[in-house]
Design a protein around this ligand. Sequence first.
Ligand SMILES: [Fe+2]
Length: 315
Amino acid sequence: MGRWTQVSQGSADEFGKGQVSIQHKLNESGYFTDEALAELIDRYPREYYMLNSMTKQGEERVWRHGDKGDLKGADVLKAIHDGRVWMCLRRFDIVAPELQNIIDESFEELEAGNPELKTFKRDSSLLISSPNARVFYHTDIPYICLWHLRGKKRVWVYDAENKTHLPDQTLEGVILKETEEEVAYDEAWDREAQSVLLEPGQALSWKLNAPHRVDNVEGLNVSITTEFFTPAAQRKYGVYYTNGYMRRYMGWEPKSTNIDGLGAYAKCAAALGIKKLGLIKDQERKMMCSFTIDKDDLTQIVDIPANDQWEIKQA
Ligand SMILES: [Fe+2]
């Protein structure tokens, strides 16, 4: 048993391959109490956090980016708890080395317990969200481990291999960054999905690129999301990147999504080449600041008129 992770025999073997639920003790660090979080928010520089909300515009729900202004961390927490916003704190390596350390140590424990497991390009962020917040159906490019810390949330995970739930072209589009990571979704798929109620002290990871969505259930929700790659994950990325490029720019219908064998390695090399040559331009979207939080009523956001919006620089 490790300092931070507690893995029953067998379950660690699936980590970095398939769906796995493990126990963790990250709350024992004391870093996720109201006081500690408020202090953390207070010292977060503008370029490393995101404050988001979603507004209905007609039938469409629109993602919005906001700014905490000169609100104290404790008030930001209250605004998240009582309202409908969420905050994402990134770049632990720069701002929160203490969080980077406990996550690194957790992964080292998992790898020590499973000689086959080799993770790299790990990238964590802390997510604080309202009791009723939702994350819509989407897929992520890397593997994900969700370290749940406070509140309750229900995570719905869909079959990664089901080409109806996640067509190859869609995954290629996500990997080529043509679209946001949100993809088409049908409620009927919930019947085949796995749904897991996450409580503090649980961590969940799932198959690479498995589509998922999240419904917060209760309380202020705090969790750390760690993205990571394994050698197999990187090969899959290369194969889909190259397949997507071929399909779009060379009028070629990819026949194989196999991530082993010579073809896969050739495609990974090709993906690197395509990236190096800059053949595909990442479609950067500007992040415009469109709201702040109402100081007198923390449950409300204040719209910033289109003319006064400014671009939020993220680093
Ligand atoms: Fe995700």
